[in-house]
Design a protein around this ligand. Structure first.
Ligand SMILES: [Zn+2]
Length: 156
């Protein structure tokens, strides 16, 4: 599995993210790949409406609860978070592996070394697929319209 293929796959999900965060996601894909760990990006920007739909799941809609955040209460809603999944390669194809093995924890470490906050470290609601980069901004500040600084130069 070539790293270019993983990066190409990620682009669509990364397109709505803040450039600094998207860049960290690409670096994470590369770092994991260099250790033989293949990850895909499963979520990037999530609109407020999408977040509200997700919040309803397991509450007012069927399914299991997957988030504790309403619309505007997740860094995904501001393009500052992304989710990943570890993959196995089966017959040359990527197959998601949600089984929480050592690779997940290694990716968590790699992400943190890039300055990302990992949901696997959270105390109350462990969100192993989740990374965010807040620029020191709280969700209340973001909801109030405060913007993170723009990237000056972003290397692809
Ligand atoms: Zn997430």
């Amino acid at each position: 599995m070539k790293v270019e293929e993983l990066l190409l796959r990620a682009e669509k999900k990364l397109s709505g993210l803040h450039p600094v965060v998207a860049d960290k996601a690409r670096k994470l894909i590369r770092a994991a790949h260099s250790e033989g760990i293949y990850i895909i990006i499963t979520q990037g920007l999530r609109t407020i409406e999408e977040q509200n739909r997700l919040y309803a799941q397991g509450r007012t809609k069927p399914g299991r609860i997957v988030t504790n955040a309403r619309g505007g209460y997740s860094y995904h809603n501001f393009g500052l978070a992304f989710d990943f999944c570890v993959c196995n390669v089966v017959n040359g194809k990527l197959v998601t592996s949600w089984n929480l093995d050592r690779r997940w924890f290694r990716v968590g470490q790699l992400g943190k070394s890039l300055g990302l906050e990992w949901g696997g470290d959270w105390k109350s609601f462990k969100d192993y697929p989740h990374f965010q980069y807040t620029f020191g901004l709280s969700l209340a500040q973001l909801r109030a319209g405060k913007k993170p600084p723009n990237a000056v130069t972003v290397k692809k």
